[in-house]
Design a protein around this ligand. Sequence first.
Ligand SMILES: NC(=O)c1ccc[n+]([C@@H]2O[C@H](COP(=O)([O-])OP(=O)(O)OC[C@H]3O[C@@H](n4cnc5c(N)ncnc54)[C@H](OP(=O)(O)O)[C@@H]3O)[C@@H](O)[C@H]2O)c1
Length: 304
Amino acid sequence: MNDETLIVVVGGAGKLGRLIVESVLEQRGARVRVLVRDPSKPEVAALAGDRVELVAFDAVSATDAERAQAVRGAFAVVSALQGGPDVIIDAQLALARAAKAAGARRFLPSDYSFDFFTLPAGINVNSDWRRTFAERAAELVSPSFEVVHVLQGIFADRYVLGFLGLLDAEHGVLRYWGDGTTPIDWTTWEDTARFAAAAALDESSVPARLHVSGDRMDALTFADTWERVHGRTLTRERLGSLEDLERETQRRLAAEPSNLYAWLPLMYARGVFGGEALLGPTHNARYPAIQAETVAQAMARGAV
Ligand SMILES: NC(=O)c1ccc[n+]([C@@H]2O[C@H](COP(=O)([O-])OP(=O)(O)OC[C@H]3O[C@@H](n4cnc5c(N)ncnc54)[C@H](OP(=O)(O)O)[C@@H]3O)[C@@H](O)[C@H]2O)c1
């Protein structure tokens, strides 16, 4: 890395985006341009620093000229955007094209997921959009331009597990679908950000599907581990079979199509408990400076 290595982070005001910015800045000589809708937001202002440039940018409404300006000089462009197909497919594709035209080495889309490439279509809308992006972005790949999908399973985090309706730490309940023995890949938010930053800054060629992980553990072992680490009892509640989960997802989708909080967590649960979207052999060893936390370690510091 030379002293002028510039990483552009779009979605840098979001939870993962801020961690990616911090992880890039931990590398000496790297600097960051953070593209944010509202630079006056307190969490954005908190990122200000010597090696940080904050730029107002709306990924959906940006013109080609604004996009070209936003990514000029970038070694890599990293997305941590969240949104619908206008953001995940259209805006990210436009940014990836701009990154390539500007001579960037690579684009990292906002994936940070279980391996949705091996998840059948129609199970999770967010995964479907990311797969569509990947198919279209593959056309941009050349010997000098990479598109790198960071895949790390689910975040070992009590809020993510709460969103999925799986862990209610307050009341001591762990809920699961299936028989509870399907392996699940776990990585913390912080380690995911570290791997994304390392991949962005990598001077060598990076695998197009970068599999990284902190741990692999099924739901019942997760419950045993949680009890041991926290010294509390968890009630294990089986919610039903995978077929029950799919039926319940369709029922909620039909009843409340515009309320994504009703059905999106179930779509993720299907990805988690179905077993199809497990990671392949991980690429952790590419980045030995990152010692990814295990589930037990994440629990011990209170993340789960
Ligand atoms: N595997 C897992 O367990 C897991 C869990 C959670 C998240 N994730 C993934 O991690 C990624 C980031 O998620 P997150 O929770 O960090 O998201 P987040 O906190 O909601 O942040 C998303 C960011 O995108 C920005 N954004 C949205 N539309 C934009 C636009 N048109 N122009 C510019 N910026 C825009 C938002 O800007 P504003 O600040 O202006 O709103 C926000 O800062 C996503 O791909 C998500 O699916 C994975």
